[in-house]
Write a protein that binds this ligand. Structure first.
Ligand SMILES: [Zn+2]
Length: 92
């Protein structure tokens, strides 16, 4: 079923997406990308002053991976969140 959300996004209403997926994604980005990370990974990024996705996008993936507390799982999550915000890690 085609739906249009209050912000004008068109989407297919399915059981997976009872709300507008575009708004849901924007909300997740706004709420802060750190929320989805483990505590050690959160601390590692905050210790480097990385508290926004656009700051994260200034970093190379390899350098983030080398931070203590950040593992491949966290990197994968970060990458997805960067992509959701039309950003990416700096290329090596
Ligand atoms: Zn929407």
């Amino acid at each position: 079923m085609k739906r249009i959300c209050p912000k004008g996004h068109k989407y297919n209403k399915t059981s997976d997406y009872p709300v507008c997926p575009i708004c849901a994604k924007e909300d997740r980005v706004r709420q802060g990308f750190l929320a989805e990370l483990s505590n050690p990974a959160q601390r590692a990024l905050l210790a480097e002053g990385i508290d926004r996705l656009d700051i994260l996008a200034e970093w190379k993936q390899q350098d983030i991976l080398e931070l203590h507390g950040v593992g491949p799982k966290a990197i994968k999550g970060l990458q997805q969140q960067l992509e959701a915000a039309d950003l990416s890690f700096k290329s090596a």
